[in-house]
Design a protein around this ligand. Structure first.
Ligand code: ADP
Length: 398
């Protein structure tokens, strides 16, 4: 099947056309600065040269039409007509507790996504704009939604409830949802393949370490706990997000610096994490690693705290799972930063983790020694492929 994967942000539309049988990317690209001056379009057909142009993109409808016109263009296109595209798979951030799997987008599903917008006011409405733009540009083509949250809908109650009055869960759905679900699901499946086991017989801890970052305990292919929570602010220390903290800190900072709650939250989302802890040295792991190696105390402090928090979560999830077959690192930092993987794995010796330094430095897939009690992998994530594969499943099961 050919699936067009669409990831819509407030001013961007990223797309990828995937042949799911061969897992081949036929074309990819993005529209940037939608609704802002200076619109920009990029398009790369497989095996062809990249096309770039500055073009006014007043809204997402215009952007979606440009994508479709380009994909079907006689000269640079990769399909003869829209009929060759079997479905559009949309990335939707929040599926609340309604969407336990990807879903076929009919009027009812769209209404449910609208209802979930209260939980992700910055993301779901924008995702819906993307859906409507594709419906207009490709009338008659099936649309499917894949959610960042749905993989974590298997969390047991004790893992998703916060220790607050139960009525806030019952009435307001305040609970842990977890995010990066497509990535955790995808790399857990790839890890099971590497282990040569049926995923049902595996216990895996997946560490998605990008700018945003989260860790998931995956038991038999099902997420049983995850570090992000009601929002992506919870959990481990990230590029600019603080991760878990004592909520009284919010009140304390608001009072001390005469800030509103949303101003404090802005600091916790955008000026904290590696950036804040390094005294605003950088959000970028490459800069911080260079500075650490040069003996910079701000970088050393930030990276030690970053690795420590991850070690703590992995230890907790090893206990939750009652054993671990594999720990898998993925996303920008997880896939590339052998320095951080080493820092983390040095803290996991008690679990029997033994890193193979050569394999780790080469960024091989398997980076633990044969003697290691837990296998350690660095596996590239592919969220778009995950969306495409989920889309196929939804269409197959209709
Ligand atoms: P997101 O998609 O959440 O924006 P990414 O998954 O692209 O983030 O990860 C971005 C992070 O990955 C940055 O901190 C960046 O420094 C880090 N990163 C990317 N490549 C490397 C590398 N070769 N070595 C170390 N860190 C890297």
């Amino acid at each position: 099947m050919k699936v067009l994967v669409v990831n819509c942000g407030s001013s961007s539309l990223k797309f990828r056309l995937i042949e799911t049988d061969s897992r081949e990317v036929i074309a990819k690209g993005l529209c940037e600065r939608i609704g802002i001056d200076g619109g920009h379009f990029e398009y790369s057909p497989a095996g062809g040269s990249k096309l770039e142009k500055d073009i006014d993109l007043p809204n997402h409808d215009v952007a979606a039409k440009l994508v479709i016109d380009t994909l079907t263009d006689a000269e640079v296109g990769v399909v003869k007509s829209l009929d060759e595209i079997d479905a559009v798979g949309h990335r939707i951030v929040h599926g609340g507790d309604k969407f336990k799997h990807a879903a076929y987008l009919d009027d009812e599903a769209i209404k449910e996504i609208e209802a979930c917008a209260a939980l992700a006011p910055l993301h779901n409405p924008v995702n819906l704009i993307g859906i409507r733009a594709c419906q207009k540009a490709m009338p008659g083509t099936a649309n499917v939604a894949a959610f960042d949250t749905s993989f974590h809908q298997t969390l047991p109650e004790e893992a998703y409830l916060y220790g607050i009055p139960y009525e806030y869960y019952k009435n307001d759905k305040v609970r842990r949802y977890g995010f990066h679900g497509m990535s955790h699901e995808y790399v857990a499946a790839e890890t099971a393949k590497e282990l040569g086991k049926d995923i049902k017989d595996t216990k895996i801890i997946t560490c998605h370490l990008g700018n945003g970052a989260s860790i998931t305990a995956v038991d038999g292919g099902k997420s049983v706990d995850t570090s992000m929570g009601f929002t992506p602010l919870d959990g481990i220390i990230m590029g600019t997000r603080c991760g878990s903290l004592d909520p009284e800190i919010i009140n304390f900072l608001a009072g001390k610096y005469n800030m509103s709650i949303s101003e404090v939250l802005d600091t916790l989302n955008k000026k904290s994490g590696l950036y804040g802890l390094s005294d605003y040295l950088s959000t970028d792991m490459r800069d911080l690693t260079d500075a650490y190696k040069a003996g910079d105390e701000n970088a050393i402090r930030a990276l030690k705290a970053y690795a420590y928090r991850i070690v703590k979560y992995v230890g907790a999830y090893a206990t939750v799972l009652g054993g671990v077959d594999a720990i898998t690192f993925t996303a920008g930092i997880g896939e590339h930063s052998f320095f951080i993987r080493k820092l983390i794995c040095d803290g996991l010796g008690f679990l029997g983790v033994e890193l193979d330094d050569t394999a780790n430095n080469n960024c091989d897939i398997l980076i633990s020694t044969p003697a290691s009690k837990i296998k350690v992998y660095a596996i590239p994530t592919d969220e778009e492929m995950s969306i495409a594969l989920q889309t196929v499943e939804v269409l197959k099961n209709r």
